[in-house]
Design a protein around this ligand. Structure first.
Ligand code: KIV
Ligand code: NA
Length: 277
């Protein structure tokens, strides 16, 4: 079982072998995702919404991302681990971007970083790649720009916006990204980008023509009680399972059913006699 590398991503695109990516934010789920044979694990800044209870991804800090990335790295043997750069950790200057991206590799053990944005951040991407840091791009619906986008909605539905996405993808590929996330774009646009790019596209809400697919693991497991977008397929409903288990524990304790003899420890009879003397 070889460790997945960014070189595998390019090869898999040429071989037309679909690439799988999922999120994880902690050791135990990262282990499960890795053992399921998923190719890449994204420590997404969606940790802000899903785990930390923020209203969006904007408040997430570098320290929070590094903390979760370390936990994930400890649980992974095969998958490529990608750290998601949080809001304002790469926008201020190329120097800050290199320092912060480098921390994911040096201090947390990630093997690549992901950052949001198109043509505008291509020079930053190029600086990171020149520094030896593999970069995954992310265009379309970029949640860190929610206040500019005016909400979470499909991007590139109009011809001019679609052409801008094509230019973004091209600029990022030229800047050296090893893969590109396409979030919430029409499938026609994703198909066009996928066909014209030398590096794989990983879609989320971007239709079936991408080179790979990514979802937030909590969404596909039904492990998140919040809003679930149209593009999510629920493969399980763990929220319901968890609710049942928690209610069962409460009832069994209240009715003195749990703990039973099988969950309890006892003294040897002679020790007990001595103890009670
Ligand atoms: O943070 C995240 O989970 C992401 C994926 C949805 C691509 O960026
Ligand atoms: Na993200």
């Amino acid at each position: 079982m070889n460790k997945v590398t960014t070189a595998d991503f390019r090869r898999w695109k040429m071989e037309k072998r679909p690439i799988t990516m999922l999120t994880a934010y902690d050791y135990s789920l990262a282990r499960l995702v890795d053992e399921a044979g998923i190719d890449a694990i994204l420590v997404g800044d969606s940790v802000g919404n899903v785990v930390l209870g923020y209203p969006n991804t904007l408040p997430v800090t570098m320290e929070e991302m590094l903390h979760h990335t370390r936990a994930v790295v400890r649980g992974v043997k095969r998958a490529l681990v990608i750290g998601d750069m949080p809001f304002l950790s790469y926008q201020v200057s190329k120097e800050e971007a290199i320092r912060n991206a480098g921390r994911f590799l040096k201090e947390a053990g990630a093997e690549a970083v992901k950052l949001e944005g198109g043509e505008e951040i291509a020079p930053t991407v190029e600086a990171l790649v020149k520094s030896g840091i593999p970069v995954m791009g992310h265009i379309g619906l970029t949640p860190q720009y929610v206040h500019q986008l005016g909400g979470y909605r499909v991007q590139g539905k109009e011809a001019a916006a679609a052409r801008k996405l094509i230019r973004d993808a091209q600029a990022l590929a030229e800047a050296g990204v090893f893969a590109l996330v396409l979030e919430c774009v029409p499938q026609e646009v994703a198909q066009e980008i996928t066909a014209s790019l030398p590096v794989p596209t990983i879609g989320i809400g971007a239709g079936p023509h991408c080179d790979g697919q990514v979802l937030v693991t909590h969404d596909l497991l039904g492990l998140y009680g919040g809003f679930t977008p149209k593009f999510v397929k629920r493969y399980a409903n763990l929220v319901e399972e968890i609710k049942k288990a928690l209610a069962a524990f409460r009832e069994e304790v209240q009715n003195r059913v749990f703990p039973g003899p099988e969950h309890s420890f006892s003294m040897a009879p002679e020790e007990y006699r001595a103890f009670k003397e």
